[in-house]
Design a protein around this ligand. Structure first.
Ligand code: NAD
Length: 479
């Protein structure tokens, strides 16, 4: 029997204040099953109170002076920086993310919040003279962007802090109340962020963090007082939400099976190192992890050799260990699914060049080749440390292979040829093309999102602020 004391349950955040419900939920470390936290679960009545508070404060939030919004965001950035190591350890413990990557996520969350504070200061209006038309003489238009209304932010497990910040920070920047529904496997980082938000001068009701189970999330999704849903997660859940509330303003940041193209003129050592690392970072549980490697025939043998060596050099193991680069998957069920998909591919003719084995929640970094086009590891999102290598005879074939996917988040093209780079930008059906690096590159201020079944709408501070607001015009008469 485990004799270690059960940790004190963390409160959730109801309209900016800590609150406890009638039930508790335990959070475990995916690597070793250790209990890393317990939190209180909101009751339906408390969910109702949070929504009512967000609705009630919406006009006050939209009227908040810009300097108050920017200062609140700057405070969050400062406090995240002060508590960076604590947040990194929390992310690593609840998600199983190696501590090295968890520190990176905290640094990104700090940057995301700083960018939001800067963008808040640039969030201004415009005056348009209407007297260009004789009929409108004496009239003036004052144009601003105003929030659609309170935002429901639904977030996934794989970046439990930064993807929450990517929704909360732009909401504060535009003056919209926000209710966060974090992923059930990783709610602790979002709850800890609530502690920092509660220190700001933002009006009561402007934020809540409600770690409700999925079965209870429909209450939030359906509520008409939350007209905006900003969702990051899997396609089936995202589209089911969109279908459920088709009249709401829904943004979907969904999955992918990102491709990296290695052309014959590429720096093969750099490409091999980057692809090995970014197919396996976070055990492949990133929507832009490299899943499909498309390599031009003349360099395919030598590149594949370098790639296998780089993959085999990765350190897999305990996420708390400073040296670990690849940790566990989020659950045993997730690791078993990845194992099953690899087995199916092998049964259909694929060859395992390295990896392919599972130990509990940890799956070995894996490279497959000769994978049939319709195998799940080729056409679905693996969300595990598995990549497939595909040989092509030309740039035409390479780009056709990238586009041969129902997804379209980002693509990477390793080339030094500027003409091909611009051609990639024209022809690849994705939201972002990364030249000279992996598709997994994301700077937090840039527009980010997908086409096809990878989503609808864009994040990145300025884009998200645009997405959460509409253009409103006031016409002044008699001037
Ligand atoms: P998921 O779809 O299982 O869950 C996402 C969120 O939806 C969680 O908070 C979950 O609790 C919630 N949810 C589940 N059922 C719900 C329901 N019926 N009503 C309301 N909410 C519900 O995804 P996940 O496993 O947490 O995350 C992995 C997925 O997220 C992958 O597909 C990945 O590609 C995607 N993702 C996309 C991006 C992006 O920016 N495009 C970033 C990170 C992750």
């Amino acid at each position: 029997m485990d004799a270690s004391p059960t940790p004190e349950p963390r409160p959730f955040w109801l309209a900016g204040r800590p609150a406890t419900g009638s039930a508790q939920q335990t959070v475990t470390n995916p690597y070793d099953g250790r209990v890393v936290g317990v939190h209180s679960v909101p009751t339906p009545e408390q969910v109702e109170q949070a929504v009512a508070a967000a609705h009630a404060v919406r006009h006050k939030a939209a009227a908040l002076p810009i300097h108050v919004r920017a200062e609140a965001l700057a405070h969050v950035a400062r406090r995240l920086a002060e508590r960076a190591e604590e947040f990194a350890r929390l992310i690593s413990a609840e998600n199983g993310k190696p501590i090295f990557w968890a520190r990176g996520e905290v640094n990104r969350a700090i940057s995301t919040t700083r960018f939001a504070a800067e963008e808040a200061r640039r969030f201004s209006g415009e005056v348009m003279r209407l007297d260009t038309d004789p009929a409108a003489q004496g009239r003036l238009a004052y144009i601003t962007r105003v929030p659609h209304g309170p935002v429901l932010a639904i977030t996934p497990f794989n970046f439990p802090l930064n993807l929450v910040v990517h929704k909360v920070a732009p909401a504060i920047a535009v003056g919209a109340p926000v209710i966060v529904k974090p992923a059930p496997a990783t709610p602790l980082s979002a709850l800890a962020l609530g502690e920092i938000l509660a220190e700001t001068d933002l009006p009561e009701g402007i934020f809540s963090v409600l770690p409700v189970p999925n079965e209870q999330a429909g209450q939030l999704v359906d509520d008409p007082r939350l007209p905006v849903i900003s969702f990051t997660g899997s396609g089936p859940v995202g589209y089911s939400i969109m279908d459920r509330v088709p009249r709401k303003h829904v943004t979907l940041e969904l999955g992918g099976n990102a491709a990296a193209v290695v052309l014959a003129d590429a720096d093969l050592d750099w490409a091999a190192q980057r692809i090995a690392l970014f197919s396996n970072y976070q055990a492949g549980q990133s929507c832009i992890a490299v899943q499909r490697v498309i390599v031009e025939e003349p360099v395919a043998d030598v590149f594949t050799e370098k790639l296998i060596a780089a993959v085999e050099a990765l350190v897999t193991g305990d996420p708390a260990d400073e040296r670990t680069q690849v940790g566990p998957l989020i659950s045993e069920a997730a690791a078993e699914r990845v194992e099953q998909w690899v087995k199916e591919a092998v049964a259909a003719g694929a060859r395992v060049l390295t990896g392919g084995t599972r130990e509990g929640t940890t799956f070995a970094p894996t490279v497959l080749t000769d994978v049939p086009r319709d195998a799940k590891v080729a056409c679905e999102e693996v969300f595990g440390p598995v990549m497939i290598v595909q040989r092509v005879a030309s740039v035409d074939e390479a780009f056709a292979a990238v586009n041969d996917s129902k997804y379209g988040l980002q693509a990477g093209v390793f080339t030094r040829n500027l003409d091909i780079a611009f051609r990639a930008n024209r022809e690849l059906e994705v939201g972002g093309v990364v030249i000279g690096d992996v598709p997994s590159y994301r700077a937090d201020q840039m527009p980010y999102g997908g086409v096809k079944q990878s989503g609808v709408g864009r994040e990145g501070l300025r884009s998200a602020m645009h997405d959460l607001t509409y253009e409103k015009v006031m016409i002044l008469t008699g001037l």
